[in-house]
Design a protein around this ligand. Sequence first.
Ligand SMILES: Nc1ncnc2c1ncn2[C@@H]1O[C@H](COP(=O)(O)OP(=O)(O)OP(=O)(O)O)[C@@H](O)[C@H]1O
Length: 217
Amino acid sequence: MLEFENVSKSFWTGLQRKIILDCASFRVELGNSLGILAPNGTGKTTLINMMCGIEKPDEGTIRSNCRVSFPLGFMGGVNNKHSAVENSRYIARIYGLDPDYVEAFTRWLTGIDEYFEMPVGTYSAGMKQRFNFSLLLALEFDIYLIDEGMPHTTDVEFNRKAGSVLYDRLRKSTVIIVSHQPKTIERFCRSAAILRHGKLYRFETLEEAKQYYDYSA
Ligand SMILES: Nc1ncnc2c1ncn2[C@@H]1O[C@H](COP(=O)(O)OP(=O)(O)OP(=O)(O)O)[C@@H](O)[C@H]1O
């Protein structure tokens, strides 16, 4: 489970206080994937970042008793000065996994040949993205956090390999997706919520949430 209790978060812009969450409480149980609909700029990324601890709330408590992923596509955990070999083995140790397995898996999935031994800083944007995504797939989580849909790269072969691993993983785990489009969340989530003016409104079904989202847009 992942739980927010009376969580508030805002940013001071110099002119006004931008409210992201206003004393919000909600809980996501394992097995009940949740799609959160919110218009652009209202705080989707901030909300996802709070769920995995990248961003701290101003007030309130965020609790979890399971393995919560970093957001799909998040690039913050990789050190550019080190090679993919070093990064993959380091991250494996942090998560208590076998470094040989994580290195072999990411090497296979990333498919960047000799660059795997070179510093990540020398990679193209696409290579970095593929390596990062491979790392997430090498680890196993109970809750996967997705900000605005599935990441996909321009490499067709990678998308095919990574896509099948990802969809298999997501079918067996709990997913929290934040998006401004109902279409993005309907593939994985039955229950839905709407983030509006700092409050999170929960709905039993995605259909109900969609109606309210369209009505109040
Ligand atoms: N560190 C910060 N300082 C000031 N304002 C911030 C900060 N981080 C985010 N914001 C503001 O908070 C609001 C929500 O940002 P966030 O990136 O969470 O929204 P979003 O819904 O993911 O946006 P988008 O759909 O455009 O990606 C935006 O107005 C943004 O400018």
